[in-house]
Design a protein around this ligand. Structure first.
Ligand code: NG6
Ligand code: CA
Length: 513
């Protein structure tokens, strides 16, 4: 009996030693980095930023245990430009990046450094799972062959993508270079110009729809939802929108598991709470706000699953999570999902004016949280930060030098701020919408619009973002941007208009990197 006891003791001891060694190895490793990037989530859409009509316990846990920014911004009030800036550290206007159709070529030059290629050099395994919307291929992609260049050509080792947006064709996942689950006998074709194939379209077959849609979203019907654009073939590869949370979360968990021998970088890009909003059965009816509210709960669940996975694997303490959104909120974005009717007292943009597409603060001021137990001191900060800054900040964290001017030209290194060791953020920052704005401390100048408003936006509730005259606000006294001070402070207007012009001509990042 004693012999068995001794063997058992030895086994337990060696197991403990092995797991200690494993933990030590983890702590010596550079930290894993997970960027949870939510789509169209507004400043006021989660409970830690004031929402009361929806509960987001998992996002709240990140905020409670991490650093919560109250002046954190995506670089633009729409998706493609914000994502371009996040990944490249360059403002998107330098590349004329705008909302892309689903068959657009990759807009990031394969020679350009990205967060992924930079972290790869630092020894990271890199992956992107979820919404892409930065284009694929170098012309119109052939969806039946290798689709490249794409994420794998700009620094990611693995990709599993919703190629554009959930409301745009093709409605299939692209895994690395290939459409997942494609049947060769049923090739895919995509067109944004004209109807192709014989599949039903929203304009003609309204009776097949789960939700009515505007004319822009009345192309090919997939899963009872009409989309922007037309496609034929590829039926075996169609996604089911309701399965997004399950499929994407599982892919993310697998990526974490498989790559745990190296430090890893996961860009986890959630399709929620973008249209079409069709939550999984388990989240339906969880709020009184309809699908938009339920999608917030779903997004929170996905966030929680990632946290749970890290805890299970014992790597939570060696993982930095950054949580944010690609632009402000929108209620009606093309589908009759009754978001505006069911909103009740919920304020998707918090106290801020405007939302998605808008030049006002609600367009780019978004939930922004950095979480790294034991490393980031929990708290709140009102320091200004833009997502364009994560490139230089993560380069510093991982000991990567940025040596040339072309790399991350607009990105400020704010590592001390991110870790909670300093409260010093940016002094000035550009916010992109259909017109340009500049923040200088608490001053905000919105330049008059130079390009016409896109036709599909003119009559929407979000049209508050479309500007014809110059505006100046003092956000400290007037965070809701109600009192245009241009007449009162003409010198300030001149100064900021000039400054905006200068930065647009030449990046001004002189910070040590
Ligand atoms: C707009 C779409 C909108 C949404 C947006 C992109 C229309 C009328 N509206 O053009 O539904 O898809 O593009 O959203 O077509 S974003 O979050 O990816 O920027
Ligand atoms: Ca978006």
């Amino acid at each position: 009996m004693n012999k068995y006891k001794t063997i058992l003791r030895c086994l337990v001891l060696s197991f403990l030693l092995a797991s200690c060694a494993e933990n030590k190895k983890q702590l010596e490793k550079k930290p894993n980095i997970i960027f949870i990037y939510v789509d169209d989530l507004g400043y006021g859409d989660v409970s830690c930023y004031g929402a009361t009509s929806v509960n987001t316990p998992n996002v709240d846990a990140l905020a409670a245990g991490g650093l919560q920014f109250t002046d954190g911004h995506c670089s633009a009030s729409t998706c493609t430009p914000s994502r371009f800036a996040l990944l490249t550290g360059s403002y998107a206007f330098r590349n004329n990046a705008a909302i892309l159709p689903g068959d657009a070529p990759l807009i990031i030059d394969t020679q350009q450094e990205t967060i992924a290629s930079m972290l790869k050099k630092a020894g990271y395994a890199t992956g992107v799972i979820g919404k892409w919307h930065l284009g694929l291929g170098d012309g119109k992609p052939d969806w039946n062959a290798d689709i490249k260049p794409g994420p794998l050509e700009i620094g990611f080792d693995y990709s599993f993508l919703i190629p554009a947006t959930p409301d745009r064709v093709p409605t299939v996942f692209v895994e690395n270079h290939r459409v997942a689950n494609l049947d060769k006998a049923d090739p895919i074709q995509v067109s944004y110009e004209k109807r192709i194939g014989t599949d039903p379209i929203g304009l003609e077959n309204e009776e097949m729809l789960k939700m009515k849609a505007d004319s822009q979203h009345s192309g090919t019907i997939v899963n009872g939802i009409s989309r922007i654009g037309f496609m034929s073939g590829g039926h075996s590869a169609y996604w089911k929108d309701e399965d997004f949370p399950i499929v994407l979360t599982n892919k993310a968990k697998t990526f974490i598991e498989v790559n745990n021998d190296k430090p890893f970088f996961l860009y986890f890009s959630l399709p929620d709470i973008h249209v079409p909003r069709v939550p999984n059965q388990q989240f339906m009816g969880k709020t009184s706000m309809g699908p938009r509210g339920d999608d917030i709960v779903q997004m929170d669940w996905m966030t929680g699953e990632i946290l749970k996975k890290l805890k299970e694997m014992g790597i939570e303490d060696n993982t930095l999570i950054i949580f944010s959104s690609d632009n402000g909120p929108v209620l009606d974005d093309g589908y009759a999902d009754y978001s505006a009717i069911k909103i009740g007292s919920h304020k998707p943009g918090g106290i801020y004016k405007g939302g998605k597409y808008s030049a006002y603060e609600g367009g780019t001021r978004v939930p922004t949280i950095a979480y790294w137990p034991g490393k980031i001191k929990p708290g709140k900060t009102d320091a200004m930060i833009s997502q364009v800054d994560f490139f230089s900040t993560l380069a510093k964290l991982t000991d990567q030098k940025i040596t040339d001017k072309k790399t991350a030209p607009d990105s400020f290194e704010l590592l001390d701020l991110l870790l909670g060791n300093s409260n010093k953020g940016r002094e000035e920052m550009i916010e992109e919408a259909f017109t340009m704005s500049i923040r200088s401390g608490n001053w905000k100048y919105i330049a008059p619009q130079t390009k016409p408003t896109p036709g599909w936006l003119v009559n929407k509730d979000v049209a508050t973002g479309l500007q014809t005259t110059a505006q100046l606000y003092n956000l400290k006294e007037d965070p809701k941007e109600e009192n245009n001070l241009t007449l009162k402070f003409p010198e300030k207007v001149k100064e900021l208009a000039l400054r905006l012009e200068q930065i647009m001509k030449e990046p001004t990042n002189k910070s040590e990197r």
